[in-house]
Design a protein around this ligand. Structure first.
Ligand SMILES: [Zn+2]
Length: 143
């Protein structure tokens, strides 16, 4: 692998590798609306996720696609070395930014949550951190 000059900015790399789950999410919503999937199956957010949503969730400005009674919020989970196995859920933007700028690479998961009916779905996944441009780049196959 050759290193491309000028393309070593973490932000760019992160953007390249980000995965959007919007289509999958919309497909789930359609299934529920069509009655092919139980509401209970998709509105089963863990109590801890709901608490995080109520306390630190950022509003998406969009109505919940399931109950349509309230706007959903977004919660970010960060996974990586020296973080809890279940991921860290930063309570403030400052903490989130600090996690994203760690030397060790981290993986961030944005999750859409409805505090009303407990609907939840992964919105996007993206790598961050890893400020070691000259270290050997290990390519991990992310599945
Ligand atoms: Zn809802």
């Amino acid at each position: 692998m050759t290193s491309r000059p000028g393309a070593s900015k973490v932000g760019e790399r992160a953007q390249e590798a980000a995965v959007e789950y919007r289509l999958a999410r919309n497909a789930v919503v359609r299934e529920v609306k069509a009655g092919r999937r139980m509401k209970e199956d998709v509105c089963d957010a863990h109590p801890e996720l709901l608490r995080a949503a109520r306390n630190i969730g950022k509003t998406t400005g969009e109505d919940c696609p399931i109950c349509e009674e309230t706007t959903t919020v977004e919660v970010t989970y960060v996974f990586g070395a020296r973080l809890p196995p279940g991921g860290r859920c930063p309570g403030t933007k400052t903490e989130l930014n600090r996690l994203r700028r760690r030397e060790e690479p981290v993986l961030c998961y944005d999750v859409e949550v409805c505090p009303q009916c407990a609907w939840h779905h992964l919105t996007r996944k993206y790598p961050a951190g890893g400020r070691t441009p000259r270290a050997k780049r290990t390519r991990e196959s992310s599945t």
